[in-house]
Every structure is written in C-alpha cells, then in structure tokens.
Write a protein that binds this ligand. Sequence first.
Ligand code: ATP
Ligand code: MG
Length: 716
Amino acid sequence: PESNPDPLLDGLNDPQREAVLTTEGPVLMLAGAGTGKTAALTARLAQIVRTRRAWPSEILCVTFTNKAAREMRERVGHLVGPAVEGMPWLGTFHSIAAKLLRRHAELVGLQSNFTIIDTDDQLRLLKQLIQAEGLDEKRWPARQLAGCIDRWKNKGLNPGDLDALENEAYANGKGQRFYQLYQDRLKALNACDFGDLLLHMLNILRTHRDVLEQYQRRFKYVMVDEYQDTNQVQYLWLRLLAQGHKNICVVGDDDQSIYSWRGAEVANILRFEKDFPGAKVIRLEQNYRSTPHILAAASGLIDANSERLGKTLWTALNGGDKVRVIGVWDGPEEARRVGDEIERLEREGAPLSQIAILVRAQFQTREIEDRFIAIGMAYKIIGGFRFYERAEIRDALAYLRLVAQPSDDLAFERIYNTPKRGLGDKTLEKIHRHARARGVPLSLAAVEITDTDELPARARNTLLALMRDVARWRDLAKVTAPAELVRTLLDESGYTAALQAEKTAESAGRLENLTELARAMEEYETLGDFLEHVSLVMDNDKADDADKVTIMTIHAAKGLEFDNVFLVGWEEGVFPSQRALDEGGLASLEEERRLAYVAITRARRRCTILHAANRRIYGQWTSSIPSRFIAEMPEDHVEQETTLSGGASLWRAQWSENSDPFAHVARDAAARGSHRGPGWQRASTREFDPVPRRLPEPGRSAASFAAKPRRDVSLG
Ligand code: ATP
Ligand code: MG
C-alpha cells in the first residue's frame, strides 16, 4: 500500500481489511455502533466487483432501508466506477423479494403483475372476510387478525403450519381458517401483502429445487447489514440461498437489536456459527463516529443489560463535550430549549442537516413541530407523517372542523362513517344529490334528508343520531375549552372506543397521538384559534431539498449518524415507554435500553438529552421521573444541567411527595443481582442534580434514601 495508494483498502483498519479481503467462506462481523461495519461491508462489495470475483448481478446484498441501499450503491460507485449500475440485488429484503417473486409468481398461483397491497387495503380485505363469516368485528377486530397474520408470516408459517396455540390467537381457534381465507382471497385478486413477498419466496425456494439451485449458483456472494434485526422468515431465506457457495458475510451488533416486536431474533447471530461451520468471526473495536464521552456514556449504559455478547469499544478521537443532560420544567420548555440550542448551533455554523431530534414515540414530535413552526425552523420528519397529517389526527380535526364550520363538506365526508357506523356510499350519494338540489352544504342536507323518506329506516336513524351529536357538540363548543371539546367528541362519536377495541401496538400509538392532540389544544382559548394554528402548520411544507433539521423515531435512525443529536423526553413512562414498563419483563426493558444505546450512538460530536419534570396529561400536571437510563450513564461522561428556577420549590415538593421515586432503581438492581459500578457514585456536579445517582445501600430502604433532602437549586 505504501507505493500504490489504494482508495479502497487504505482507509480501513486491520480487522476491517480482513473482512474485506476474506471474500470466500462465511464471515460474521460482530461489532458495536460506529465501528465501520457498514463501511467495511461496502468496501467488501467493491472489492469483490473490482477483483472480478463476481459480476455485480451475482451479488446479493441486503440493507435495512432503501436509503441505506442508495448510500451503499453510491459509495461502491465511488470506489469501482459505473459497474455498480448493474447491481440489481442490492436492496432491502422486501425489495429483493418482490423482484424475485415477479419472476416466479406462477409457482405460488400469482401472475407476474401481481399488486402489492398496503396496510389499509389489508385491513379492508380482512374486514370483509370477518363480516362475510358473520363474526363480530368489534369483538375480533380486523387489526388484531392483521397483527397475527403478520407475525405468522414473519415466522415463516403458512396457514397449514400453525399449531394449536397460534390457531387460538384469533377468535377462539379461528386463526388458521381466517389466515387461509385471506390468502385465498389475495390469490383471487392477484395480490399479496408485504409479508407475502418473503413468505411466498421462501415457499418457492423450499419446494422447487431447480429454482433454489439456480439462485444458489447465481448468488456467488451474499451480504447482510444489520443482521441482528432479521426475523425468522428472512433468516430461513438467507440460509437456503447461501448454502450454495457459502460465501455469506453478515454484519451486526446484538446491542442494537431493536425490532423484536416485529419478530426479529438476535438468536440469529448466535446461530450463525452453527449454520455455517468454520465461519470467521471478525470483531471491530475502534469506533470512528463518536467522541470519547459519547461513546463511554453509551457503553456504560448498555452495560446494564444482562443478555449481551459483550464487546470492547475505543476511540482515537480526543476531547469533545460530555453528554449533556438538561432538566426542564415541562414539555413546552423542552421544545423551546431544543429550538434555542439549534439556533445557537446554527449561529456557530452547524448545518441543519447534521442535526437530528430523536423521539421514542411519534406523539412526541408535536410539541417540537409546533415550536419549530413558531420560530421558523426548517425541519423534516422521516419515516412517518408530520403530526397533523396522521390519519387519526385528521379524523379528529375533521370532526372539529365540522363543528366549527357546518359547510365544510370535506370534513363531513371524512367523518360521516368514521368510525364505522354502517352508513354506506349509497346514503352519501343521496345526501349529495339532496345537497345539490337544495344548494346547501352536506351537513345540512344530512339533517334535512332525515325528514324525507329517501333513506331506509336504519340509515335514517343512524344519520339522525350523528347529526344530533354534531349539533350538541356545536353548542358545547360555545361553552367549553377546545381541549375538553375534543375529548368529549372523540368519546361520544365512538372514535376512541373503536381504537381501543383494536388492541394493537399501532392503535395504542394512535390513541397516544389523540391524547397529544388534546394536550396541544389546551393552549388555545377557542376552537377557531386552534384550527387557524393547524392550517398554518399544515401549510408549512416548503421546498424539500433545503437544509433542514431531521426529526424521527430512534427506530428509523438506525445506521445513521449526525454531528448533533437531541434526545427528548427521557422520562419514565416515555422512555422507557409505559408499554415496556407495563409488560414488566426484563426483556422488554432491555430492548428499551438497546434503543437508548442506538439513540446515543447516532451522535458524532454532541449528544444532548432532555427530560421534563412535568408533563400535562388530560389537563393535569403530572410530575415525571427522569428516565433510569440517565442514571445509568457513567457520571464522568455526563454533564447535568437544569433550567428550573421559579418553579424549583414545586419541583422539589413533588420529589419528596412522591412516595418512592427510586423503586425502579432498586428493583432493577435486584433483578440484576448486583450493584452498579462506579457510575453510581453520587454526582458532584455543581448544579441541581435531579437524577438519583446512587443505589440505596444494603439495609437502607429506597424510601429512606429518597427522603434525604434534595440539593437546593441555585441559578446565578
Ligand atoms: P452502526 O452500528 O451505527 O450501523 P457502523 O458500524 O455501521 O455503525 P459505519 O456507519 O460504517 O459504522 O461507520 C461509522 C463512521 O465511521 C462513518 O462516518 C464512517 O465513514 C467512519 N469510518 C468507518 N471506518 C473508518 C476507518 N477505518 N477510518 C476512518 N473512518 C471510518
Ligand atoms: Mg451500520
């Protein structure tokens, strides 16, 4: 390399280079965040192409997102030139499977031009089936069935493969029947859902030896990034395909496994050496991404997990700031603070594209978005809709608009049969006709038509009931606050109940969003003020290529990096999420902690964590406890700060009132059977330290520890 500079290999460290040069045989690259796994995988791909071991079309390379695939294509292009154009098999599992399935669709009874249906279509189909079978959809919601079917597909199970237990998972033992009905229906429509892309392909590979052998020969090299998040069906698929040449290289980090709720299994990493005997295991230990403090904080945190393969990480970088933990008074102050910090970074010359705000749950983006709009900060939301564009929010807004403005026909159409109340398209058509004939808005026509005999009795009664509700809400709007109104309206319309009946992770998220909507409305005196605000927010979508701050969930941020990262809402019940706490198991808590590890390790230069002492929920102030994850970061690498001033005494009062705010700390320690290391010594920060940093000593109860007088807040 001294005489001949090699852009591909020169920039790599020894183990990375080994991974790149070990092109033959099975390779497992197991390493922590930011150690250059993806970089090494990319170089390896380039190496194989430039040494002509295989044509680009003979390499199967799986990334976790389409964005990651694009980036890899670009980087390989950089290293080897335009040969990369012909890399048809570089992409996500789904995109690759879709391409393969088009070629062999007839083997599973589809035509090659099959449609891929989305979740909405899927639900509609399932609802039809449930109705056709005479099942009560309220009791056995379509979403629940959809959840089961997705899970089965993730596991690689066909209807015939379900055992008794799985079969029980829907409608008292009707799981298998409905799964089969759904698959038949899809086939009749020449369609498949996302899960089918992988499952059909797996079925084909399993039952058609010739096809399997064809691809085993074709894919001379198989590579997979983010291997820790592969699920069963993906795993089975890979194992079959790679059994030919056995040139398979997978890259992963068990500490970053964050998709078990979607069926991902870390065990796939552990199984690799068994499935591919003689696999070379390469560990990367040098982190190139983050400053020492960020890295140490993240490593210390993940140390608290018990189920780990364990690894060392170091960095040659020097200096840098400690991880900043900022305690603020409440949610709006958190949003304000993030905005201020970003404006300061901007003044210092930081590009907005190198700033990210990562949230645990979608609903958290609302306060930040509102603030950014107020101060004119450019932002984009990745991997999700902007808050006010989400379906459930639009539904709620449509109700509110109709209450505020009887002539809002679009709003009427949106809510007319949402939630389902048995009003069909025929009725809507008649209302339309009536409205046109009389020259009145739909909502008025809907009232008038109930005085005629145009509608069958049932539709007439339902419509009448709805319009009476709307009239009542209109009266209510004159005398109650907007936030109160929306809660009443969502309850009385049956909207909340319909979501609650679904009992899925997704519906829980939608309910959270609606709660957040009501919270947002608390700041407005009149419904008109609020709706005006929303229309301004919705209009804020300017040119998209501009320099913008990124807001996204931690899940969506996997594999990415930013100079400056803000992590908001680090409070018990937000992060770790209430759901994880309610489930109570160590496993769900450890997955939350891995998520926290992923979050911190996205930061290259600065990581700022915020937590609020109070969140307003249903109009009531609730004091919140800082996330245990804050206390789990070694204190030497953390700088605590609080902005609490006027409200300090209240804050303190809440802390001492709280009977046992540290119970979780003691409980976790007990679960781990050990005390934490030095990171748990009492913080000696100058400023107020709202976070418990020490375990109760043996023999002392957590409560007596908590009762110790808290330090006074003094802000110069
Ligand atoms: P994650 O676990 O988050 O996916 P990763 O292990 O895939 O991280 P990369 O994204 O590949 O890590 O690399 C992290 C950063 O380090 C990138 O900015 C990359 O360009 C840089 N990097 C990787 N290897 C080297 C190297 N040998 N020398 C200098 N920089 C490197
Ligand atoms: Mg990576």
